[in-house]
Ligand binder design. Sequence first.
Ligand code: C2E
Ligand code: CA
Ligand code: CA
Length: 557
Amino acid sequence: MQTRSRALAWDATTAIEALAGAEAALWEWTPGADRLRFTGATGALGLGPLAPECSSAAFVALTLPQDRSLAEGLLKPQPEGAEVALRLRMRDGRLAVWRGVWLEDGLRAAGLVACDVKFSGSDRDPLTGLLDRRAFVARVAETLSRTGPVEIVVADVDRLRRLNEALGHERADMVLSALGSRLAAAFPPEAAPSRIGEDEFAVVCRASPGGRAPADRLREALEQPLRVAGFDIYPTVSIGAVDAEGGPDAPDAGELLRRVELAVEQAKTAGRGGAAAYGRALESDSLSRLAMEADLRNAFVRGEIEPFFQPIVNLSSGAVAGFEALARWRHPTRGLVPPDEFLGLTDEMGLMNDLGLLMMTRASRQLAEWLRRHPSAGALFCSVNLSVGEIERPNLVEDVSRVIADAGLPRGALKLEVTEGDIMRDTARAAEVLSRLKAAGASLALDDFGTGFSSLTWLAKLPFDTLKIDRYFVLTMDKDEGSAKIVKSVVALGRDLSLEVVAEGVENAGLARRLIDAQCHYGQGFGYAPALNAQEAEVYLNESLADGAAPIKARSA
Ligand code: C2E
Ligand code: CA
Ligand code: CA
């Protein structure tokens, strides 16, 4: 009785003060009136803008995108007595626990919302609920002093910038948040799963020789396909690792983090999905990498990047049918740099679209010149490679159409090479862009065919003109009956679908012969010529025109 009367004596102000102190608020939801009411520490919960009352739409809009369906669930009318219990993140990153009950059938629910102390601590990354960078460094220091030798592993999500551009910020955040959950599920709390940068996740593991490498576990956890807002995403990560021992002379946790991030940088220059361990050599590499970044930026400005042209030859007649433009960097001191050595960096620096446009423009001009000078060459084409994700960039179609018009090329003369992976990400969208490219006057080739593991159902539906068989299958045709069968059936498939088939990797006359037997139309490979500079390519073209039917250059074999 005593207690009860004292409780009754509590005034509203005291109650609200108590709620504020506990970082909690009362809520009441009345679906009929579309009204959500709050009293208490609404500010501390990220609910400030909604207090004292708001509509359901305003509430949902203030939650994080990936938590929106949860928020909608909270508001969905339930029978009397149904419990409400969930954790919800607000846009400002605060995470709160909601508890309550439906008081009348679908008419009214009420309860308490309180700060989730477990996750909202100041050492948490608000998006993923993982530890943040500072907390991670502290945990590394602690683990080192307690358990001895450890391995620190950092994964950097490849192409996050691209993801942001393609999906928008909110969806990219959903991807990061999903990756965070996977990391937390794959490693125990002792490993301190953390988000230490925009696109960097980290763990620290006790060194256990013979056990499965933490780097492998990390990759396995993060590289699972996921579906976000209707998009299939195939995340890949670049991984860096460093081993560390404790001890008075050992580098501290901050220095270790610097080292492991250097290893990540190294892994990234190798292109997506790479891995590297820290070693002395990386210190000097990182300087050279900085220099290389500056170099590469300049290369674009100074026009050091240019197309080389590899002939694509009609297998049975030996006539040059066209060329594939392949990028080369004419470096002032390093000489001719092949694409494998600078595409990774170009991508990371966000210059891939510039490269695409540059290659398209220069290849088209060159082709137009050849067509003018060698009318007897007939319908020559030139292929240009689109990089991963390029078909998703805005203005691609406009750029292609302008390049073709500026060069004065006939329809179909500029051919764009796209890889399977690029189409699989969003088949419907790719189909649309491909038709628009085609309408803009480009022809289309599916590159590296056979290397993806995609279904073929969409192939007939997409407006490709050309199928390029990956050189792996061609090169192993001689030794591997399986490859030979694949080549034969791909050619047959292409023919059935009225596509022209180009075999890559034709290194000798023997392969050319087998491809002719398989009724393959075109060949490309070192047996004819490697990628040539513009002058050499023109000489090659001339010779083929003069010979009428130039046999394979590798006239031997
Ligand atoms: P890819 O599109 O498959 O290009 C064919 C690659 O195979 C070229 O290497 C070419 O030199 C090589 N090759 C040609 N014939 C033979 C042969 O008979 N045997 C063997 N073993 N290889 C042969 P390259 O020029 O080093 O280009 C490598 C990759 O870089 C290309 O593969 C392409 O994916 C990419 N790339 C090149 N230029 C560009 C570009 O301008 N833009 C984009 N996005 N990617 C490019
Ligand atoms: Ca290609
Ligand atoms: Ca290829």
